[in-house]
Design a protein around this ligand. Structure first.
Ligand code: DQA
Length: 151
């Protein structure tokens, strides 16, 4: 599969920021963990990160125009208020998108309990640290298999 992983604002600071919540692994370590797992499974994978909303929307549109098979997105704090990212995910209706969070957003401050972006996705995974990205890969493989079977 041709997969895209998008990480939003401040995720590049993981390993430095709030280690008690996000863990001590650096963002680079997390990215290579995801990359290695994807390669092991025979996927081609593009890992992107941006601190700005517009760039994240550009990444999602790139996934559409370049015909990716699936997207894994951690929109960071944009999760909780970005209707523009919600709309960009929705515009990619044919590309299954899974939302991932390192932390369990439902066990944290109330403002993190709401996701504006998850309703546009096929599902959301949170609270499993970097393993969540691998779980999302499993989910996309499963959905892709189902799609192939129905064709
Ligand atoms: C996060 C959760 C968000 O609430 C927060 O703003 C982040 C990281 C996570 O991965 O747990 O930046 O998306």
């Amino acid at each position: 599969m041709k997969l895209m992983v998008i990480n939003g604002p401040n995720l590049n600071m993981v390993g430095v920021r709030e280690k008690g919540i996000y863990g001590a692994k650096s963002f680079q370590e997390i990215c290579s963990f995801i990359q290695k797992e994807a390669e092991k499974r025979g996927h081609s994978i593009t890992l992107l990160q941006s601190n700005s909303e517009g760039s994240i929307i550009d990444f999602l549109q790139k996934a559409y125009f370049e015909q990716y098979d699936g997207v894994i997105i951690n929109p960071g704090a944009y999760t909780h208020y970005s209707i523009a990212i919600h709309d960009a995910i929705k515009a990619n209706a044919k590309i299954p998108t899974v939302e991932v969070h390192l932390s369990n957003i439902h066990a944290r401050e109330e403002f993190r309990h709401v996701s504006k972006t998850a309703p546009a996705c096929i599902g959301q995974l949170c609270g499993f640290g970097e393993y969540g990205y691998i779980m999302a890969m499993d989910a996309l493989e499963f959905m892709y298999g189902k799609k192939e079977a129905n064709q």
